[in-house]
Design a protein around this ligand. Structure first.
Ligand code: ADP
Ligand code: MG
Length: 310
């Protein structure tokens, strides 16, 4: 049956005394969208550098598309978008496309054609002839996304592809990625945005402090680690910590997160009025309360006690 696209076994990486990756093992199957979520510093970029053959692990074994990622013939089957865009500053964006096409030994016109289609799809045709050094951070990111998608690779590795993009552009890029998925490319992506992971991934790996701490579909992870419902309480900003402390004295799973307090509950109908009552008794002013379905953020909160997003 189908060979694994990535097979990582016990990958560890240290930078002097810093352990960036600690015995990470996972496999990615053909045509899968496999998304790593984890906070800054979790080890995502280090892992991707190893899978893309840019950096050797300190220990562990890694196979990509049946070969070693450090073998040039394997690297030609991988399109890698690192966190820092890899554009040559003294070339225009389209000249960068040409350059990468020749590096991969692809037909220049075919790759150009695909790039043109991508520029149009994202509505940024004007970027094609711009000198890369003259691009803003967001434009640079877009240009490098186009570059990495224009190359017809078997494995697409995207390290936080949508950071520095505005929400509308983020949606367009995610739409393009969904289209790639239907083209049967295998995608490995890192993000710290849970909605991106939920919208795209077949499977999600949660990585924290260099360790892979959970893996599965978003639904599976939520079933395992999140409750049926979450109460989201928004107190006045100066009372978030106080509200959290008050609720923690009554409920086990209470987390403060982005100016809100999230209470994990099995019984929202019973717990919602109780929380409002207790907060009222303790003089906490509440701006809004709602009951929502859990997200992968709640999975991360449950597993680590910390929040994922900044
Ligand atoms: N070149 C490097 N030299 C030393 N430490 C590094 C280097 N690159 C990353 N690190 C450290 O390794 C850890 C993982 O970083 P990174 O892989 O960039 O995580 P992420 O991409 O999830 O934010 C962090 O503690 C980071 O500071
Ligand atoms: Mg990173």
């Amino acid at each position: 049956m189908g060979q694994e696209v990535v097979a990582a076994q016990g990958i560890s990486k240290s930078y002097n005394s810093v352990v960036a990756l600690d015995a990470v093992s996972f496999t990615v199957r053909p045509s899968e969208v496999y998304v790593f979520i984890g906070p800054n510093g979790a080890g995502k970029s280090t892992l991707f550098n190893i899978i893309a053959g840019v950096m050797k692990p300190t220990s562990g074994s890694i196979r990509v598309l049946g070969g070693s990622p450090f073998d040039p013939s394997t690297r030609l089957k991988i399109s890698y978008l690192p966190a820092t865009p890899p554009l040559y500053p003294w070339l225009t964006v389209m000249e960068n496309v040409d350059f990468y096409a020749s590096l991969y030994g692809f037909n220049r016109n075919t790759v150009r054609q695909e790039a043109k289609w991508l520029f149009e799809k994202l509505g940024v045709q004007e970027l094609a002839t711009k000198l890369s050094s003259k691009l803003s951070t967001g434009q640079m990111k877009l240009a490098s996304i186009i570059l990495s998608l224009a190359i017809e690779a078997e494995l697409l590795i995207l390290d936080e592809p949508t950071t520095a993009l505005d929400p509308a552009m983020r949606r367009s890029v995610l739409e393009l990625l969904r289209k790639k998925v239907s083209n049967r490319v295998t995608i490995l992506m890192a993000t710290h945005l849970v909605d991106e992971a939920e919208g795209l991934a077949n499977r999600v790996a949660i990585i924290d402090k260099g360790k892979l701490i959970a893996e599965g579909s978003a639904e599976e992870l939520k079933k395992l680690y999140a409750p049926p419902a979450v109460l989201v309480i928004k107190p006045v900003p100066e009372q978030v910590e106080n509200a959290s402390a008050v609720l923690k004295s009554r409920w086990g799973n209470v987390y403060s997160c982005n100016g809100e307090v999230r209470v994990h509950t099995d019984d929202p109908d019973e717990d919602l009025p109780k929380t409002i009552l207790i907060l009222g008794e303790k003089g906490v002013r509440v701006l809004s309360v709602s009951v929502v379905k859990p997200t992968l953020e709640d999975v991360f909160l449950k597993l680590t006690g910390r929040r994922l997003e900044e």
